[in-house]
Write a protein that binds this ligand. Sequence first.
Ligand SMILES: [Zn+2]
Length: 298
Amino acid sequence: MRLTFSAALLALLPLAAGAEVPAVVTDIPVVHSLVAQVMGDLGTPDLLVGGGSSPHDYQLRPSQARALANAGAVFWIGPEMTPWLADVVAAADAGDKMALLDLPGTQLRQFGSEADHKDADNKDHGHGGRDPHAWLNPGNASIWLGAIAKTLAARDPGNAATYRANAEAAMKATEQLDADLKARLAGVTGGIVVAHDAYGYFADHYGLTVVASLAGGDAAQPGAAHLSEVAALVRGGGAKCVFPEAGHDPKPAVALAGETGLVVGEAIDPEGLGIAPGAELYAALMTALAEKIAACAG
Ligand SMILES: [Zn+2]
Protein backbone atom coordinates (compact mmCIF):
# COMPACT_ATOMS: atom_id res chain seq x y z
CA MET A 1 0.00 0.00 0.00
CA ARG A 2 2.69 2.42 1.09
CA LEU A 3 4.85 1.47 -1.87
CA THR A 4 1.98 1.97 -4.34
CA PHE A 5 1.20 5.35 -2.85
CA SER A 6 4.83 6.55 -3.15
CA ALA A 7 5.03 5.30 -6.70
CA ALA A 8 1.89 7.20 -7.55
CA LEU A 9 3.34 10.35 -5.97
CA LEU A 10 6.59 9.99 -7.90
CA ALA A 11 4.67 9.61 -11.13
CA LEU A 12 2.91 12.89 -10.41
CA LEU A 13 6.05 14.80 -9.45
CA PRO A 14 7.35 15.84 -12.87
CA LEU A 15 3.93 17.18 -13.83
CA ALA A 16 3.46 19.06 -10.57
CA ALA A 17 6.96 20.53 -10.70
CA GLY A 18 6.48 21.82 -14.22
CA ALA A 19 2.86 22.84 -13.78
CA GLU A 20 1.87 26.18 -15.17
CA VAL A 21 -1.18 27.70 -16.81
CA PRO A 22 -1.86 25.28 -19.67
CA ALA A 23 -2.56 26.18 -23.28
CA VAL A 24 -6.32 25.73 -23.55
CA VAL A 25 -8.31 25.25 -26.76
CA THR A 26 -12.10 25.65 -27.01
CA ASP A 27 -14.44 24.88 -29.91
CA ILE A 28 -17.17 27.54 -30.00
CA PRO A 29 -17.69 31.02 -28.49
CA VAL A 30 -19.96 29.77 -25.69
CA VAL A 31 -17.41 27.27 -24.43
CA HIS A 32 -14.68 29.88 -24.84
CA SER A 33 -16.73 32.21 -22.63
CA LEU A 34 -17.21 29.65 -19.86
CA VAL A 35 -13.54 28.66 -19.88
CA ALA A 36 -12.47 32.34 -19.95
CA GLN A 37 -14.55 32.92 -16.82
CA VAL A 38 -12.76 30.07 -15.06
CA MET A 39 -9.27 31.14 -16.20
CA GLY A 40 -9.88 34.79 -15.35
CA ASP A 41 -6.62 36.76 -15.28
CA LEU A 42 -4.52 33.59 -15.49
CA GLY A 43 -4.84 33.25 -19.27
CA THR A 44 -7.05 33.28 -22.33
CA PRO A 45 -8.28 30.16 -24.09
CA ASP A 46 -7.95 29.75 -27.86
CA LEU A 47 -11.19 29.74 -29.86
CA LEU A 48 -11.43 27.52 -32.94
CA VAL A 49 -14.70 28.70 -34.49
CA GLY A 50 -14.72 32.48 -34.11
CA GLY A 51 -15.48 35.34 -36.46
CA GLY A 52 -19.15 34.50 -36.86
CA SER A 53 -18.56 31.15 -38.60
CA SER A 54 -21.24 28.51 -38.13
CA PRO A 55 -19.85 25.73 -35.92
CA HIS A 56 -21.96 23.05 -37.60
CA ASP A 57 -19.75 23.06 -40.69
CA TYR A 58 -16.26 24.45 -40.51
CA GLN A 59 -12.81 23.83 -41.95
CA LEU A 60 -9.99 23.69 -39.44
CA ARG A 61 -6.88 25.65 -40.47
CA PRO A 62 -3.51 23.86 -40.16
CA SER A 63 -2.40 26.29 -37.42
CA GLN A 64 -5.52 25.42 -35.45
CA ALA A 65 -4.88 21.70 -35.84
CA ARG A 66 -1.37 22.29 -34.46
CA ALA A 67 -2.74 24.30 -31.50
CA LEU A 68 -5.09 21.41 -30.76
CA ALA A 69 -2.29 18.86 -30.91
CA ASN A 70 -0.20 20.90 -28.46
CA ALA A 71 -2.97 21.93 -26.06
CA GLY A 72 -2.80 21.14 -22.37
CA ALA A 73 -6.59 21.01 -22.28
CA VAL A 74 -9.34 20.92 -24.91
CA PHE A 75 -12.91 21.79 -23.96
CA TRP A 76 -15.60 21.21 -26.56
CA ILE A 77 -19.33 20.51 -26.71
CA GLY A 78 -18.99 17.15 -28.45
CA PRO A 79 -19.24 15.51 -31.88
CA GLU A 80 -22.96 16.32 -32.24
CA MET A 81 -22.09 20.01 -32.44
CA THR A 82 -18.86 19.85 -34.45
CA PRO A 83 -18.57 16.45 -36.18
CA TRP A 84 -15.53 17.70 -38.13
CA LEU A 85 -13.64 18.13 -34.84
CA ALA A 86 -14.11 14.62 -33.47
CA ASP A 87 -11.19 12.96 -35.28
CA VAL A 88 -8.80 15.84 -34.57
CA VAL A 89 -9.59 15.79 -30.86
CA ALA A 90 -9.25 12.01 -30.74
CA ALA A 91 -5.86 12.25 -32.48
CA ALA A 92 -4.48 14.99 -30.18
CA ASP A 93 -2.52 12.98 -27.64
CA ALA A 94 -1.43 15.72 -25.27
CA GLY A 95 -3.55 17.02 -22.44
CA ASP A 96 -7.08 16.69 -21.13
CA LYS A 97 -9.98 16.45 -23.51
CA MET A 98 -13.44 17.17 -22.21
CA ALA A 99 -16.65 16.86 -24.25
CA LEU A 100 -19.07 18.90 -22.15
CA LEU A 101 -22.16 16.95 -23.24
CA ASP A 102 -20.63 13.87 -21.61
CA LEU A 103 -20.20 15.44 -18.18
CA PRO A 104 -22.24 13.78 -15.44
CA GLY A 105 -25.20 15.88 -14.33
CA THR A 106 -25.62 17.56 -17.72
CA GLN A 107 -29.32 17.67 -18.58
CA LEU A 108 -29.60 16.35 -22.10
CA ARG A 109 -32.51 16.40 -24.50
CA GLN A 110 -32.91 14.37 -27.65
CA PHE A 111 -33.83 15.85 -31.00
CA GLY A 112 -37.29 14.83 -32.01
CA SER A 113 -38.56 14.18 -28.50
CA GLU A 114 -40.26 17.50 -27.87
CA ALA A 115 -43.08 19.57 -29.29
CA ASP A 116 -40.77 21.47 -31.63
CA HIS A 117 -40.45 18.37 -33.76
CA LYS A 118 -43.97 17.87 -34.91
CA ASP A 119 -42.91 17.96 -38.54
CA ALA A 120 -43.02 14.54 -40.09
CA ASP A 121 -39.93 14.74 -42.27
CA ASN A 122 -37.41 15.18 -39.48
CA LYS A 123 -36.64 11.49 -39.23
CA ASP A 124 -35.69 11.37 -42.88
CA HIS A 125 -33.14 14.08 -42.28
CA GLY A 126 -31.28 12.22 -39.57
CA HIS A 127 -32.10 14.56 -36.70
CA GLY A 128 -32.14 11.88 -34.04
CA GLY A 129 -29.73 11.80 -31.13
CA ARG A 130 -28.51 14.30 -28.54
CA ASP A 131 -29.32 17.94 -29.13
CA PRO A 132 -25.92 19.63 -28.62
CA HIS A 133 -27.21 23.17 -27.85
CA ALA A 134 -27.18 22.33 -24.13
CA TRP A 135 -25.67 25.63 -22.91
CA LEU A 136 -29.10 27.20 -23.42
CA ASN A 137 -30.05 25.55 -20.13
CA PRO A 138 -28.04 27.62 -17.61
CA GLY A 139 -28.00 24.71 -15.18
CA ASN A 140 -25.75 22.92 -17.65
CA ALA A 141 -23.45 25.94 -17.90
CA SER A 142 -23.04 25.86 -14.11
CA ILE A 143 -22.15 22.17 -14.06
CA TRP A 144 -19.63 22.71 -16.84
CA LEU A 145 -18.00 25.67 -15.04
CA GLY A 146 -17.32 23.43 -12.03
CA ALA A 147 -15.91 20.63 -14.18
CA ILE A 148 -13.71 23.00 -16.20
CA ALA A 149 -12.25 24.37 -12.95
CA LYS A 150 -11.60 20.87 -11.65
CA THR A 151 -9.73 19.88 -14.81
CA LEU A 152 -7.63 23.04 -14.90
CA ALA A 153 -6.88 22.79 -11.17
CA ALA A 154 -5.62 19.24 -11.59
CA ARG A 155 -3.40 20.23 -14.51
CA ASP A 156 -2.14 23.42 -12.85
CA PRO A 157 -2.24 22.78 -9.07
CA GLY A 158 -0.41 26.01 -8.26
CA ASN A 159 -3.44 27.99 -9.43
CA ALA A 160 -6.11 25.55 -8.24
CA ALA A 161 -7.62 27.95 -5.72
CA THR A 162 -8.00 30.66 -8.35
CA TYR A 163 -9.73 28.37 -10.85
CA ARG A 164 -12.12 27.24 -8.11
CA ALA A 165 -12.88 30.75 -6.89
CA ASN A 166 -13.44 32.00 -10.44
CA ALA A 167 -15.79 29.11 -11.18
CA GLU A 168 -17.75 29.70 -7.99
CA ALA A 169 -18.22 33.38 -8.85
CA ALA A 170 -19.25 32.45 -12.38
CA MET A 171 -21.76 29.88 -11.10
CA LYS A 172 -23.29 32.49 -8.79
CA ALA A 173 -23.55 34.96 -11.67
CA THR A 174 -25.16 32.28 -13.85
CA GLU A 175 -27.76 31.57 -11.15
CA GLN A 176 -28.62 35.27 -10.97
CA LEU A 177 -28.77 35.47 -14.76
CA ASP A 178 -31.18 32.52 -14.80
CA ALA A 179 -33.47 34.21 -12.25
CA ASP A 180 -33.45 37.44 -14.30
CA LEU A 181 -34.30 35.60 -17.52
CA LYS A 182 -37.11 33.65 -15.83
CA ALA A 183 -38.65 36.94 -14.76
CA ARG A 184 -38.16 38.47 -18.20
CA LEU A 185 -39.76 35.52 -20.01
CA ALA A 186 -42.62 34.89 -17.58
CA GLY A 187 -45.01 36.95 -19.71
CA VAL A 188 -44.28 35.21 -23.01
CA THR A 189 -47.39 33.35 -24.12
CA GLY A 190 -47.04 33.33 -27.91
CA GLY A 191 -45.35 30.41 -29.65
CA ILE A 192 -42.27 31.03 -31.76
CA VAL A 193 -40.85 29.75 -35.03
CA VAL A 194 -37.06 29.64 -35.19
CA ALA A 195 -34.46 29.42 -37.94
CA HIS A 196 -32.78 26.20 -36.82
CA ASP A 197 -33.53 23.55 -34.25
CA ALA A 198 -31.33 24.97 -31.51
CA TYR A 199 -33.81 26.24 -28.93
CA GLY A 200 -35.18 23.09 -27.27
CA TYR A 201 -33.16 23.56 -24.08
CA PHE A 202 -34.06 27.22 -23.80
CA ALA A 203 -37.74 26.54 -24.46
CA ASP A 204 -37.91 23.61 -22.03
CA HIS A 205 -36.17 25.56 -19.29
CA TYR A 206 -38.15 28.79 -19.62
CA GLY A 207 -41.50 27.30 -20.59
CA LEU A 208 -41.59 28.60 -24.17
CA THR A 209 -43.34 26.95 -27.09
CA VAL A 210 -41.32 26.38 -30.27
CA VAL A 211 -43.99 25.68 -32.87
CA ALA A 212 -41.54 24.85 -35.67
CA SER A 213 -37.94 25.16 -36.84
CA LEU A 214 -37.11 26.24 -40.40
CA ALA A 215 -33.92 24.13 -40.41
CA GLY A 216 -32.88 21.08 -38.41
CA GLY A 217 -30.38 20.90 -35.60
CA ASP A 218 -27.45 20.76 -37.98
CA ALA A 219 -28.50 24.12 -39.50
CA ALA A 220 -28.54 22.75 -43.06
CA GLN A 221 -30.56 24.82 -45.55
CA PRO A 222 -34.27 23.87 -45.32
CA GLY A 223 -35.96 22.35 -48.39
CA ALA A 224 -39.22 23.51 -49.98
CA ALA A 225 -41.18 20.52 -48.68
CA HIS A 226 -40.12 21.25 -45.11
CA LEU A 227 -40.94 24.95 -45.47
CA SER A 228 -44.50 24.21 -46.61
CA GLU A 229 -44.90 21.85 -43.64
CA VAL A 230 -43.79 24.62 -41.33
CA ALA A 231 -46.34 26.96 -42.92
CA ALA A 232 -49.05 24.34 -42.32
CA LEU A 233 -47.98 24.01 -38.67
CA VAL A 234 -48.15 27.78 -38.25
CA ARG A 235 -51.61 27.92 -39.79
CA GLY A 236 -52.58 25.35 -37.14
CA GLY A 237 -52.22 28.16 -34.62
CA GLY A 238 -50.26 29.05 -31.50
CA ALA A 239 -47.33 30.84 -33.11
CA LYS A 240 -46.88 34.59 -32.86
CA CYS A 241 -43.35 35.38 -34.07
CA VAL A 242 -40.75 34.00 -36.43
CA PHE A 243 -37.13 34.79 -35.67
CA PRO A 244 -34.36 35.05 -38.25
CA GLU A 245 -30.98 34.00 -36.90
CA ALA A 246 -27.39 35.24 -36.98
CA GLY A 247 -25.48 33.39 -39.68
CA HIS A 248 -28.64 32.24 -41.48
CA ASP A 249 -30.35 33.58 -44.57
CA PRO A 250 -33.38 35.53 -43.24
CA LYS A 251 -35.40 34.96 -46.45
CA PRO A 252 -37.23 31.76 -45.34
CA ALA A 253 -38.31 33.48 -42.11
CA VAL A 254 -39.51 36.59 -43.94
CA ALA A 255 -41.30 34.50 -46.57
CA LEU A 256 -43.05 32.46 -43.87
CA ALA A 257 -44.21 35.65 -42.17
CA GLY A 258 -45.55 36.96 -45.49
CA GLU A 259 -47.41 33.72 -46.06
CA THR A 260 -48.87 33.25 -42.59
CA GLY A 261 -49.06 36.66 -40.94
CA LEU A 262 -46.46 35.92 -38.25
CA VAL A 263 -44.57 38.89 -36.85
CA VAL A 264 -40.86 38.90 -37.78
CA GLY A 265 -38.80 39.29 -34.59
CA GLU A 266 -35.28 40.66 -34.32
CA ALA A 267 -32.60 38.16 -35.42
CA ILE A 268 -31.54 35.93 -32.53
CA ASP A 269 -28.15 34.32 -31.97
CA PRO A 270 -28.16 31.10 -29.90
CA GLU A 271 -24.50 30.35 -30.64
CA GLY A 272 -23.14 33.85 -30.01
CA LEU A 273 -21.81 34.23 -33.57
CA GLY A 274 -22.38 37.99 -33.57
CA ILE A 275 -21.10 38.72 -30.05
CA ALA A 276 -17.48 39.61 -29.27
CA PRO A 277 -15.80 36.52 -27.75
CA GLY A 278 -14.80 36.70 -24.09
CA ALA A 279 -15.95 35.93 -20.57
CA GLU A 280 -19.04 38.14 -20.96
CA LEU A 281 -20.35 36.41 -24.07
CA TYR A 282 -22.44 33.77 -22.31
CA ALA A 283 -24.52 36.23 -20.29
CA ALA A 284 -24.82 38.57 -23.29
CA LEU A 285 -26.05 35.72 -25.51
CA MET A 286 -28.65 34.50 -23.00
CA THR A 287 -29.86 38.01 -22.18
CA ALA A 288 -30.23 39.01 -25.84
CA LEU A 289 -32.16 35.82 -26.55
CA ALA A 290 -34.61 36.48 -23.73
CA GLU A 291 -34.99 40.18 -24.54
CA LYS A 292 -35.73 39.61 -28.22
CA ILE A 293 -38.16 36.75 -27.63
CA ALA A 294 -39.97 38.70 -24.91
CA ALA A 295 -40.10 41.83 -27.06
CA CYS A 296 -41.91 40.02 -29.88
CA ALA A 297 -43.82 37.15 -28.29
CA GLY A 298 -44.49 38.62 -24.83
ZN1 LIG B 1 -26.87 25.03 -33.87
